[in-house]
Design a protein around this ligand. Structure first.
Ligand code: NAP
Length: 453
């Protein structure tokens, strides 16, 4: 065995979202190969999409962070926050100090629709909107124009349901969430009355899950509205429907049968429609969305019928999937937006592995990433045992720390994060809220420094 207790395998995990934490967990759960792991994050906060992607009113899902904290607290693991891989720590620097690199930096960008008007003011990705209301530092400073009375959300996945639900809730309903304070303030003044969620294919092809769909029936001031003719599905689709599709159809049919209660807001779930153009008000702002009615061809693809309609919206959120971003030094498949890999081994590289959305694309729930990370870790350990992984000359922790402090990088430790976490919880409680997130990086570092004493 190349690696021993005296000279353990040194792994750098790049990204502290669920996949990175699950990878660290799988590495410390085995005892055959002694390990030391540094988990890097460009933000001062750990947990990636759990903090910045999961909807702020889904606090139960976020409770996984208690288990994540335990993993980061293991003496063999260190959290190094506020360190950007590729710039603060370059690929070459990392390669010369770690025996293995494990990429789990997710998919932080978005996909586009490719229709006219997509760059108008008021048209943006759901990714940006989610980042804004969740207090992501890269989006926190963004001016969010919330003057729209009508909003179209393109796509029928769970992210589309999340953003539509947040837009449809009252401030009172949102107070029990950990939505960023700036977003809560802005949404309080939002005049939104109608939200349209648009699926290009049929109700049987929708990607959302039933629990999230049911929440539309429980909103205080929004009526869910479904057109009966748009949720009719063919016998062939009924025959192949899995239990989620069956339950979704049940809920949609119940919504269609329900007479609107005349509430002040409406949430329209539309199917078999595609956006074809975002209309300009003449001043560069969204003034409407042109949509075309579709039918499904024999392969189940959406095909336009030539029948158009214009939705009176001033905001369009495309929620058609996240996309991975390239990081300097790391191979990238531009077409798929992922790191090319074979079951988690980075193609053409020895000692480099990947897991999560940057490995397989943006799909699946938090738990999906556990099996995915375990698969990649198994290969890493196999390579460590069979001698494929060779120890680097200089694996000393202190040298990495000195390298970073030499570049004036203020590394955020787990203790620092815990201090910021406690601060957010305390400030939130004082406002009668579960948490008041600090969204600006400079403010996060200010709080952390003040707690270091
Ligand atoms: P998603 O589930 O892949 O949904 C993307 C949607 O965009 C699909 O309805 C897709 O339709 C549609 N679409 C793609 N290209 C389009 C185009 N050009 N025009 C119109 N529609 C288009 O992605 P997501 O909603 O971003 O979610 C990502 C993952 O995170 C999913 O696995 C999701 O379940 C998970 N997630 C889970 C939760 C939760 O558990 N509460 C919350 C948020 C996210 P087609 O099917 O026709 O391609």
């Amino acid at each position: 065995m190349t690696f021993t207790q005296d000279r353990p395998l040194r792994v750098l995990v790049v990204g502290s979202g669920p996949s990175g934490i699950f990878a660290a967990d799988a590495l410390i759960k085995q005892s055959e190969v002694p390990v030391r792991i540094d988990v890097l994050d460009k933000l001062p906060t750990p947990y990636g999409l759990v903090r910045y992607g999961v909807a702020p009113d889904h606090l139960k899902i976020k409770s996984v962070t208690a288990g994540f904290e335990k993993i980061l607290s293991d003496p063999r693991v260190r959290f190094l926050g506020n360190v950007a891989f590729g710039t603060d720590l370059t690929y070459d620097e990392a390669r010369s100090h770690y025996d293995a690199l494990f990429y789990t930096f997710g998919a932080s960008s978005d996909r586009r629709l490719g229709i006219p008007g997509e760059d108008l003011t008021g048209s943006m990705s759901a990714t940006e909107f989610v980042a804004w209301y969740n207090g992501h530092p890269d989006a926190a400073a963004r001016e969010m124009l919330l003057h729209a009375t009508g909003v179209a959300v393109v796509g029928v996945g769970n992210v589309a349901l999340d953003v539509s639900r947040i837009l449809s809730k009252t401030t009172e309903e949102l107070r029990d969430s950990d939505i960023a304070p700036h977003a809560l303030d802005a949404l309080e003044h939002s005049p939104v009355k109608d939200v349209w969620i648009l699926g290009r294919r049929g109700a049987a092809q929708a990607k959302f899950t039933t629990k999230e769909l049911r929440e539309f029936g429980e909103l205080h001031v929004s009526d869910p509205i479904v057109k009966g003719d748009e949720i009719q599905v063919s016998q062939a689709d009924e025959d192949v429907a899995d239990s989620t599709v069956k339950k979704n159809l049940e809920v949609l049919r119940a919504f269609a049968a329900r007479s609107p209660e005349g509430r002040e807001r409406r949430l329209h779930l539309r199917f078999l429609v595609s956006p074809t153009e975002i209309l300009d008000d003449g001043h560069g702002h969204v003034a409407g969305l042109k949509i075309e009615r579709n039918r499904l061809d024999e392969k189940g693809n959406a095909v336009g019928t030539g029948e158009f309609e214009i939705l009176p919206v001033q905001m369009v959120l495309r929620s058609v999937g996240y996309r991975g971003m390239k990081i300097a030094g790391v191979p990238f498949d531009e077409g798929r937006g992922v790191i090319p890999n074979e079951q988690g081994r980075v193609t053409g590289r020895v000692g480099e592995y990947t897991a999560g959305w940057i490995k397989r694309g943006p799909s699946g729930v938090i738990g999906t990433n556990k099996a995915d990370a375990v698969e990649s870790v198994k290969l890493l350990l196999e390579d460590a045992r069979n001698g494929t992984l060779q120890p680097v000359q200089d694996s000393n922790h202190d040298h990495i720390d000195a390298l970073l402090s030499g570049k004036a990088i203020d590394v955020v430790t787990l203790a620092d994060w815990k201090a910021l976490d406690a601060h957010e919880l305390m400030t939130g409680q004082a406002q009668g809220r579960p948490r008041a997130k600090v969204s600006h990086k400079a403010q996060m570092l200010e709080v952390i420094r003040s707690k270091r004493g």
